[in-house]
Design a protein around this ligand. Structure first.
Ligand code: FMN
Length: 213
């Protein structure tokens, strides 16, 4: 009973943070790095979905998803589950939910509050984005990219975001979640809504939820 209550605490905390209409940092539960389906089955299942149920992701699933995306898998070096050019680690993963916008902090494995607003509709141009439980926004922080031309910054950012996106695809295929990566994003409008600096660039969006029943 106490164990069950403890397991629910992060969810209750998330609910409380939402009800207060002010976002608080969310410490994600430790990711379970032992589970999942065998790789070849996951690759067989990987696909894009554009129809989602309204069911939200439990916090442990969101925790595993974000760790799979670009969590730290080598504590000694701080390197991640996704490769990044020159190890710049310039892609930040923003998490847009019904209750607000968060930034995934891989070092703390936590969600940092950004905006207490539902900006999901602005994270893409397709109708489903406004209702999907989670829209990830991959944002390149050009300030972290050293000694590269603007076209190289755009090239490496796109490649690095794509690796993260594929990790999310594979996690979703393993977990029975629905997902689609989206290049069709009004980047300029979204950057204003997210209050990004000029040297932060929206690269891709990715919607995640449970498949429509
Ligand atoms: C860089 C990139 C951008 C994409 N942009 C969109 C998009 O804006 N909207 C969408 O519905 N699908 C988008 N997709 C998903 C593709 O349409 C999808 O991967 C393709 O149709 C193949 O289907 P599959 O992923 O099920 O194999 C994108 C895929 C990639 C790799």
């Amino acid at each position: 009973m106490i164990g069950t209550f403890k397991a629910l605490l992060p969810i209750l905390f998330l609910g409380a943070a939402m009800a207060a209409q002010e976002l608080k940092p969310i410490e994600l539960p430790k990711p379970d790095t032992t589970g999942g389906k065998p790789l070849m089955q996951v690759l067989k299942n990987r696909h894009s979905d554009r129809e989602f149920s309204a069911d939200t992701l439990p916090l442990p699933v969101l925790s595993n998803l974000l760790w799979a995306a670009c969590g730290i898998n080598r504590a000694e070096s701080g390197k991640r589950t996704a490769p990044s050019a020159v190890n710049w680690q310039e892609i930040d993963v923003y998490v847009a939910t019904a209750h607000g916008l968060y930034l995934y902090d891989p070092a703390k494995h936590a969600l940092q509050p950004v905006l207490a607003e539902d900006i999901r509709a602005a994270t893409g141009v397709q109708p489903f984005v406004k209702e999907v439980p989670i829209n990830l926004v991959y944002v390149a922080d050009y300030a972290k990219i050293t000694r590269a031309s603007d076209s190289d910054k755009a090239f490496y950012s796109a490649a690095d975001a794509a690796f993260i996106s594929e990790n999310v695809y594979l996690f979703c295929a393993s977990e029975g979640l629905a997902t689609v990566v989206r290049g069709s994003v009004d980047r300029a409008a979204l950057a204003v809504i997210m209050k990004l600096r000029p040297d932060q660039r929206v690269v891709l969006g990715q919607s995640i939820g449970y498949p429509k029943k």
